[in-house]
Design a protein around this ligand. Structure first.
Ligand code: 5GP
Ligand code: ZN
Length: 115
């Protein structure tokens, strides 16, 4: 997607502070961090949101949650203390960038309910 900011980051067309990359996924620091640790994990493939996932994306989703998120939490030092994974979906869900992304937040005590 030419006009998608996260596709541009995945393609290296705009800079980001990368913390992880493999053939399917990239993770980078959020521009406006809401916690001491705040990174975004995205598929390199453009998928608009959770609502647009297809059966063919099962391996990708499992890769993000089984392999990448726990590894990143460990590498970023928040696995023991705990962390939060957030996927805002659609307008009411608070999604502002229409390329699927998982927020990984940690390094402070989270509150509930979210705003
Ligand atoms: P959403 O509100 O869609 O769940 O989250 C989008 C996130 O992307 C926000 O936390 C915002 O700070 C972050 N963001 C938006 N544009 C950029 C960008 O160009 N670079 C980086 N690193 N983060 C961005
Ligand atoms: Zn995209």
């Amino acid at each position: 997607m030419d006009d998608c900011v996260f596709c541009m980051i995945a393609d290296g067309k705009i800079p980001a502070q990368k913390v992880y990359e493999d053939e399917k996924v990239i993770a980078f620091k959020d521009l406006s961090p809401q916690a001491p640790v705040h990174v975004l994990i995205i598929p390199k493939k453009h998928i608009q949101s959770v609502a647009k996932l297809q059966s063919e994306d099962k391996d990708l989703v499992s890769h993000i949650f089984v392999d990448v998120a726990p590894k990143l939490a460990k590498d970023l030092g928040v696995d023991d203390g705990g962390f939060r994974l957030v996927i805002n979906t659609g307008e009411d869900g608070g999604q502002t960038v229409n390329h699927l992304h998982v927020h990984l937040l940690g390094g402070r005590k989270m509150t509930w309910p979210p705003g």
